[in-house]
Design a protein around this ligand. Structure first.
Ligand SMILES: CC(C)(COP(=O)(O)OP(=O)(O)OC[C@H]1O[C@@H](n2cnc3c(N)ncnc32)[C@H](O)[C@@H]1OP(=O)(O)O)[C@@H](O)C(=O)NCCC(=O)NCCS
Length: 107
């Protein structure tokens, strides 16, 4: 696992972790401290990862979130991810969204 961090006044206010998966695709998960949301921290960490993935000639980035996580859905939509609803992923009535963004193309 690799990490991208944002630190403010000595405290971690944002964390994005990522791993390379088969097929030159990258899995990511991110969290921003609740008191520092909607300040562009998530976007800046994601854009840093996207730049890295492009420099590695990676194909895509994916993530997932709970079906009722409106904040994450808004964020991933703003980052131009596509989404797929997976019903009952976390158990009966507990849905998930699978989220992905293509960043490169096969040579
Ligand atoms: C999702 C999360 C990481 C967003 O981080 P953030 O630093 O607040 O996001 P940003 O400020 O960079 O937002 C970028 C854009 O995403 C969209 N967005 C972010 N939060 C949103 C929300 N609550 N509702 C709707 N859209 C949202 C907006 O378009 C926003 O741009 P704007 O503020 O100019 O309108 C943050 O809410 C979080 O940590 N949530 C809990 C953990 C989580 O759900 N992680 C995702 C699962 S991997």
């Amino acid at each position: 696992m690799s990490q991208i961090l944002r630190i403010l006044n000595g405290e971690v206010v944002g964390e994005l972790d990522w791993d390379l998966r088969p097929g030159s695709t990258y899995e990511m998960h991110l969290d921003v401290h609740h008191a520092h949301r909607r300040q562009g921290i998530g976007r800046s960490m994601f854009e840093e990862l996207e730049g890295l993935v492009k420099s590695y000639n990676g194909m895509s980035i994916y993530s997932f979130c709970a079906g009722d996580n409106q904040k994450a859905r808004g964020f991933f939509a703003a980052m131009d991810f596509q989404s797929l609803l997976v019903e009952d992923f976390y158990g009966k009535g507990r849905n998930a969204y699978f989220l992905w963004k293509q960043v490169g193309r096969p040579a």
